[in-house]
Design a protein around this ligand. Sequence first.
Ligand code: MLT
Length: 284
Amino acid sequence: MHTVHLPDTTLAVHTPGSGLPVLLLHGFPFDHAMWAGQDPLADDVRLIVPDQRGFGRSPGPPPASIAQLADDAVALLDAVHVAEPAVICGLSMGGYVAEQVAARYPHRVRALILVDTKLEADTPEARVARAKLAATVTRVGQEAVAEAMIPNLLARSDAGRGRPGRAAVEDYLRRTIHATPVATITAALGALAARPDMVDPMRVVTVPTLLVVGAEDMITPPDCMERAERVFPRPRLLIMPHCGHMAPLEDPATFNAAVREFLREVAGPGAGLPEDDRPREPVR
Ligand code: MLT
């Protein structure tokens, strides 16, 4: 990890690999380490994996809006000298940020990968639930978020629960929620609640778009990405069996194989991305 200075904050960022730039944006309330299973992708591309402001080792101030996190993402690309359009990949909250990057800075986007996320704004009920959770976190601390989120983050089927590495993933989620400052959690809940509907802005995104969702995602279920598939001009959809809301952590091999295949198509034959003969789930 190293630190980069943006106009009004600093971000901790992990930047392994070289070549095609691929920005990985974590979900709420996690950090760059949720993408540890994607490190093998750095054999072929340049990964740029930040802790977004206020999360992980990035000090903040806490996020004021999803649009601000999108501004940070583009300022980060500038700070690490990425001038060419980058592949922007985000999970859940990171997906909302990626959508905002695509809407506000289309010339910076080579392709979009949206994972376990959605395009629609919060419903009024969801906004009330976020405000209640923020109030509870302020009163009792991060455990309120762990209790509210952890049971819904990972696949519940026997196949999902029995996956090797499941205990380590659960441990990471719990530890990271507890390590995230209360001020970041409450600010991010406000930013999530206030985010705009992105359905119309995404209709004009002309770059290739890979949509990925766990078949057992209970927070942004597969129908969110099925609706998104009808919005983007150039979509592909992968529904990952036996995965929940954290599909890249739950089954990194399947996720990475699909991303490699997508990036090979995005980069074209001259880009030096090797053929991948590992087994993978069909992408439709
Ligand atoms: C996330 O995983 O980033 C959050 O669950 C997003 C959300 O609550 O909408």
